[in-house]
Every structure is written in C-alpha cells, then in structure tokens.
Design a protein around this ligand. Structure first.
Ligand code: ZN
Length: 310
C-alpha cells in the first residue's frame, strides 16, 4: 500500500549532550543513529525515533555547541507534534513540569487535546492526544511507562504566508487531502497513514521571514516508498508546478531530493528504504558513531573534533 506523510523532521540544536538528554531521557525517544552531517562532518547528526526509526517517527538534529538562536517566521515549520495516548496528557504535564520544561496549558485543536512545549533550544513541540494509541506498541526508555510513551509523529504545522500554494503541493504530490479548517489553520491528511499523516498549514499573511538557528527546523521530509515513487513525484513537481528538485543524494538510511516549496520551506522527499539497521544491528542502534563510507578514512580526525556525548 502506498504510504505518504512525514518521513522525518530535521532541526538545528545547541549543545549535543543537552539535545541528547532531552530527547532520550526526558521525552523517551530512541537514538536510532549517531552519525555526522554528511555535508559538514565536524557536526553530529542525531536521529531519534521509535524502536526501529520508522518513517513518521524520526526527528533529527544538527547540534552545534555555539549555535545562535533562530527566530520563527513565515516559510518555516512551526511546530512538531508527537502522538500520545489520550489518557497520557496528565502524565506528561506532570513529567515536563518536573523536568523544568517550558509548557503551555493544554488546548483543543480540531477536537483533540494538544500540550505545547519547547525543547532546551526553544524548538516548538507538542503532544497530541489520540484515542486508541495506548494499544500500539511503544519504545520505552528508563522510567517512562509503555502506556504513556510517544508513538511517532502526530503532525507538523507549517507557518506560511498563503496556504493554497503549499496545499497544492501537499495534495498533488504527497497524497494529502484537505480535511478541516479552524481559525487560520488548514488541516491536511495523508490517506490512512497513522504515523506523521497530518500537516497543518497556519496561514500568517504578511509575517516576517524566520531566521535559521538553534531551535528552528531546517527541513521537513515527506515519504516516497521507493525510488520509482520518488521519481514520479519529482516529475510531477516539474510538470505541474514548475519546481525542480536537487539531484538524488544518498543519505545511507534513505535517498533524498530537496526543493523549496512556494512559501519558501525546504522540503525533502525521502525513500522508506533501507532504514537504520542497514549498518548496525537493530538491537544496538545509535550506540556507535556511524560514518558514511566516504568519511571512514577520516574517522580519527572526525572523532577528535566531535564533542563527547554519553
Ligand atoms: Zn532530511
């Protein structure tokens, strides 16, 4: 079956250890890959996800020790929302307060309870309560009970000047359908995709552009099950929207192309295969520093430059 939706979200962070502590020890995600930014190998690239890092669960970071804070603006991913069971909002409210996380009062969005908060770099995150998720399998870390654990992405919201042009890309290329409107939000859903199957466009009108930096999203990737599906999307983007993508880049765990959508957000199209168990055992994902083959000869130098993390 054709699965659409979010593949991963990639953001910029401050110190690596602080990022690792927050996502694995506070939110309980699994570090499924510890590698470097292939285009800037002196910087880590951390991938967090569920047990295997399925598409629709993966949040990734480029942590820079001295990254300047970014500023949210139009043409950016505004908020990344995780799925949790409906009965878990109370648990998470208590846990996040206890961990000193800045959070807002729970709010209702499209009939669902949403708990918004920020990571240590100010990145906007939320937990979206979804009935029935308590029966889904979950990766559990340390003290977080399985019944409350995060189950991948619920959605992401994109801050745009005008919703329609981005909506056209979502519907024509990525298999989404507009399903609801609430205030300035337009909700799109990708068929019956459970993990990361929702995109909300927040139409901001004339709003300043963002500034890239710690706490901001660098790009959002959408799923293409195979190379053939990705190639078809690339063709359609050119023919129907006059948009050209980059050439395909091999990111070892998926193959990616990139383009700017009409509101200026950097979109990626990433294949589902081969996934994170391609270069290390599934049981020990994320423990060793993995490098792409072309960087292996430089391993000693790279390890000397990267900050130590535990
Ligand atoms: Zn990416």
């Amino acid at each position: 079956m054709l699965q659409n939706g979010i593949h991963h979200v990639t953001a910029i962070a401050g110190p690596a250890q602080r990022n690792l502590d927050f996502y694995t020890r506070v939110l309980g995600l699994r570090l499924v890959k510890k590698t470097v930014n292939f285009d800037d190998p002196g910087t880590y690239h951390f991938y967090y996800g569920d047990e295997s890092g399925q598409p629709g669960t993966i949040l990734t970071f480029f942590p820079w020790e001295h990254a300047a804070p970014g500023r949210l603006g139009a043409g950016e991913t505004q908020e990344t929302v995780f799925r949790v069971p409906e009965g878990s909002i109370g648990y998470w409210t208590h846990r996040l307060v206890e961990k000193g996380v800045v959070l807002e009062a729970p709010q209702q969005r499209f009939g669902e309870t949403v708990l918004a908060f920020k990571d240590p770099d100010g990145m906007r995150l939320a937990l979206g309560a979804v009935p029935g998720t308590e029966h889904e399998p979950a990766w559990t870390a340390d003290e977080i009970p399985a019944e409350h654990a995060i189950r991948g992405f619920h959605s992401a919201s994109l801050l745009v000047t005008r919703a329609a042009p981005t909506g056209a890309i979502l519907t024509d290329i990525f298999g989404f359908t507009e399903i609801a409107r609430e205030g300035s939000l337009v909700r799109y859903k990708a068929g019956d995709t459970v993990l990361g199957g929702i995109i909300d466009l927040r139409e901001a009108g004339e709003f300043p552009r963002g500034r890239s930096g710690a706490g901001t999203v660098h790009h959002i990737a959408f799923r293409a099950t195979t190379d053939a599906v990705q190639a078809e999307m690339v063709k359609k983007l050119a023919e129907n929207h006059g948009i050209r993508t980059t050439e395909q880049k091999d990111r070892d765990y998926f193959r990616a192309v990139y383009f700017r959508e009409p509101n200026g957000i950097l979109f990626e199209i990433a294949t589902d295969d081969p996934g994170f168990a391609v270069d290390e055992p599934a049981e020990t994902l994320g423990q060793a520093l993995k490098l792409p083959r072309f960087l292996e000869p430089k391993r000693a130098r790279i390890e000397a430059v990267l900050p130590k993390v535990v």
